[in-house]
Structures are given as C-alpha cells and as structure tokens.
Design a protein around this ligand. Structure first.
Ligand code: GLU
Length: 300
C-alpha cells in the first residue's frame, strides 16, 4: 500500500488562510518524506453545495497538488458500516438514546474526565432498550475499555487524552467523524496525518479506535492554527480571509501563498522549492496572527 499524507477539508464553505496554511504544511510534510498526497472531502456533515469545487480550486491556486482522484466520504458509507458491524460483532458497541441535554445534566461517573460520556446507556437491559427504541432512534457508541490513550505527535510530543464511549453513528444515521476518519485514513494508505491542533484532543480516541480495528495508527503532526488579532481561531467574519476575499482587495493567490510560506519561515515561491528548506523541527510552535496585508499599488 502507498504511504501518503492528506488534507481532508469539510466542504462547509470557502477555505480561509488558516485552512490553506494547514494544507500547505500537510503537503510539505508529505512531499519532504517522499509520500504521496491525497485530498479527501469530508462531506458527511456540513456540506454546502458548490463549496467543494471552490475549495479544490483554491488549493490548486496556492500550489497544493494531489496524486489520485479526490475521495468523498458520502461515497464510502459501506466501509463505515462494515467497520461498525465488526465492532458490534466483537461486543464493542451499544445503542444510546440520550439527548444532548440528558448527557449534560447526567451526573458524571466518578473520576470521569470532563466532557466524557457518562455511560448512561452502557448497561441498559434488553427490556429498557426496547422501551427506549420506541421513542427515539439510537446512536451507536463505542464500548471503550480505557479512559485515556497516548499518542506521539511530531510537534506536540507525548500527548495523553480522554477516550470515552464516543459516538460511531449518530442517531440521524450519519457516520461520526471519529469513525470515518480512522477508516478512511487506513483504507487510503494514509500513514501521516497533519492537521490543525484543534483536533489534537480527538486524536487519542482515533488512535484507540484504529488499534481496536487492527489498523495502523498513522504518524501525527498537529500544527498551530491561524488566529485573529484577539487570539481566536480565524473565521469568515475576520475580514478578507479567503482567496476570493483577498483577490477582491487586490491580493492574488501567489502573494497569499508567499505570505503563508514566510509565516512558516520558508522561502516564498512555488511550493516545490520550499520542500528542500522544510524542517518540522524549525516550524513555529505558536499560533500565527493573521493581518490582512495592504494591496500592492500597480507600479508605473
Ligand atoms: N474535516 C476536518 C475539518 O475540516 C479535518 C479532519 C482531519 O484532518 O482529520 O476540520
């Protein structure tokens, strides 16, 4: 199987400069280690019509290229169902009928970490389940037998995080991100996962699930986010933050690419020239504050 890195955007809108910077980093990590690079559209949830085409066009505009056809998660439901069936056959799943509110209001189990599912539906009797099924469709949760798991991250080191009985399939039938990402990365031969460090807290759950499914746990590198001047994660409301917005104020894609490369301490220019200069050890470890640059005045 090929060894590959990837970028996996959710087609919920346009990519902003933070997403593009993460994509460039994922591409550089892959290329500098001789890996292939793939793009996977995570459209199980939050897909907005037309967003995918714009995202792919913007990736290409900053020089991110990929080596195989783009994969869409909505085309892969069979794979996810198969994985859930395997876990179910091993007694590793259970039905959960809790509403969000019930989970918030449930007393947490002793010593359970904050935010962990309290286990309300873990040991329902057959009769109780029958009654609950009549009133509400069930979500499927993993029956985890650990409370935490350690992952090694190339930038963040040894990271220990919570594993609870997380959702594998939501009660509206949609496969949960944590399951899909694990199944897809393994099925696509992705052995290097580079993404924003807001996803680090989910990583122990994913690595644990991969282990239960007998899949290879990929290498991880969680990269710092781009933030606004208040230090909050960059969002659409922060002004000109997408290639479309920036082009409208006179800043072309190449200039955005160069700004992003410079923010990483890398030479401006086509991405392939940055590969030789790329060294993960030297990457900035802090979030990068985005300031919309002034448009260049046409000379002459
Ligand atoms: N689709 C996720 C997002 O856009 C990224 C998932 C991942 O890289 O594992 O936030």
């Amino acid at each position: 199987m090929t060894s590959a890195g990837r970028f996996a955007p959710s087609p919920s809108g346009e990519l902003h400069v933070g997403n593009l910077r993460t994509a460039i980093l994922a591409w550089l990590f892959a290329r500098s280690t001789g890996r292939k690079f793939l793009v996977r559209v995570e459209d199980l949830d939050r897909a907005r019509s037309g967003a995918e085409a714009v995202q792919l066009r913007d990736l290409e505009a900053v020089g991110v290229t990929w080596d195989a056809a783009v994969v869409r998660q909505t085309d892969r439901l069979g794979l996810y169902n198969e994985a859930i069936d395997r876990l179910a056959a091993d007694g590793r799943t259970y039905e959960c009928f809790c509403t969000r509110r019930e989970i918030q209001e449930a007393p947490s189990a002793p010593h359970a970490p904050q935010g962990a599912y309290p286990g309300t539906c873990r040991d329902l009797s057959h009769a109780e389940r029958e009654i609950r099924r009549a009133s509400r469709p069930a979500a499927i949760r993993l029956r985890a037998d650990v409370r935490e798991w350690v992952v090694e991250d190339q930038l963040r080191g040894h990271y220990k995080g919570v594993v609870d009985d997380f959702v594998l399939r939501r009660n509206d039938g949609v496969t949960a991100y944590n399951l899909a990402v694990v199944v897809d990365d393994a099925a696509q031969g992705i052995d290097q996962v580079v993404r924003g460090d807001d996803l680090l807290p989910s990583t122990p759950r994913q690595a644990y699930l991969a282990t239960l499914l007998g899949l290879v746990v990929p290498e991880y590198a969680h990269v710092p986010l781009v933030v606004n001047h208040d230090g909050a994660r960059l969002a659409k409301r922060d002004g000109a933050v997408t290639l479309g917005d920036l082009a409208a104020v006179g800043i072309p894609a190449e200039r955005v690419r160069n700004l992003l490369l410079e923010s990483l301490g890398l030479p401006a220019g086509p991405l392939q020239y940055a590969v030789a200069a790329f060294n993960p050890e030297e990457l900035p470890r802090e979030a990068w504050v985005w300031k919309t640059p002034a448009a260049e005045m046409p000379s002459g």
